[in-house]
Design a binder for this molecule. Structure first.
Ligand code: A3P
Length: 296
């Protein structure tokens, strides 16, 4: 096979108040003019919050039984296109979304709530938002930026953590992202706000809640198939779910399916980093109704 070219690592810049790279802004007008359909389902997350996990759950719930061949031949990033991605050597996410043959269409985004194309609101689409506690989210993002060659250089862990606290990440501030979506959910009934930690604690219960939000009623057998299919070890082995087919990532540096745990932050934060992080967190996270768990 021909070696596919990896585009250079980009630099971060301020885009309407949010740190971004060109790989997610170069197609901006087309993305903003995306035509949603009423039955489209948008999966929205801050990067590394469990996007792939929830994408795969939804894909199996909708299409697991109907088209089993899909499971062995089409990688997850083609089944659930990443709307705003625009990389020289890959198909544009927006084009993939336009061309999706399925109903419903499952579409992934990392956009903060204020950047979501207006058509999703006009069509009153269902949106599944997944959030993950800041500490594990930061750790996961650090390892991702090491292995994904189209992300900015992460630097060492303490540099990276500092930048995370300043919101200088691709897709901006974790704090603004989770809060912005949380506030939107208060007035918009079609947002299902989930937590990575809840999924770890009881994936069966969370899948039941998802099904009731989506008005799905899978058989017991079908539900078991989904639960088994999306277990971490199974997804890690699954070439269609583990991103091993994506040439811009170097899984030897760190696998995409890295640990899949709550609490790995304890292996990364020093005592001092943890104290500073907690203090800063208290300043930024003033809404008492939005609570995260850093262990389960
Ligand atoms: P870690 O780096 O902590 O292991 P995203 O899909 O948003 O990029 O998130 C990736 C994170 O979700 C990674 O976290 C990955 O291991 C974890 N993940 C993916 N599938 C999972 C699963 N089935 N169960 C638990 N964690 C999963």
């Amino acid at each position: 096979p021909v070696e596919m070219e990896v585009p250079p690592r980009p630099t971060l810049f301020d885009f309407h108040g949010v740190s971004m790279t060109k790989y997610f802004t170069d197609n901006w007008d087309n993305v903003q003019n995306f035509k949603a359909r009423p039955d489209d389902i948008l999966i929205a997350t801050f990067p590394k919050a469990g996007t792939t996990w929830v994408s795969y759950i939804l894909d199996l719930l909708y299409f697991g039984q109907m088209c089993p061949e899909r499971q062995t031949s089409i990688p997850i990033h083609m089944r659930v296109p990443f709307l705003e991605i625009y990389l020289p050597s890959l198909p544009a996410g927006k084009e993939l979304a336009d061309q999706l043959p399925t109903t419903p269409r499952l579409i992934k985004t990392h956009l903060p709530v204020q950047f979501v194309p207006k058509s999703f609101w006009e069509q009153n689409c269902r949106i599944v938002y997944v959030a993950r506690n800041a500490k594990d989210n930061a750790v996961s993002y650090f390892h991702f930026d090491r292995m994904n060659n189209v992300q900015p250089e992460p630097g060492d862990w303490s540099t990276f953590l500092q930048k995370f606290m300043e919101g200088k990440m691709v897709f901006g501030s974790w704090y603004d992202h989770v809060n912005g979506w949380w506030e939107k959910k208060q007035t918009h009934s079609k947002i299902h706000y989930m937590f990575y930690e809840d999924l770890i604690e009881d994936s069966r219960r969370e899948i039941d809640r998802l099904c009731s939000f989506l008005c799905l009623s899978p058989s017991a057998e079908e539900k078991e198939r989904v639960i088994t299919g999306v277990m971490f070890d199974n997804m890690k082995q699954n070439k269609m779910a583990n991103y091993s087919t994506v040439h811009i990532m170097d899984h030897k540096v760190s696998p995409f399916m890295r640990k899949g745990k709550v609490g790995d932050w304890k292996n990364h934060f020093t005592v001092t980093q943890n104290e500073q992080f907690d203090e800063d967190y208290r300043q930024k996270m003033k809404n008492p109704t939005l609570k995260f768990r850093t262990e389960v």
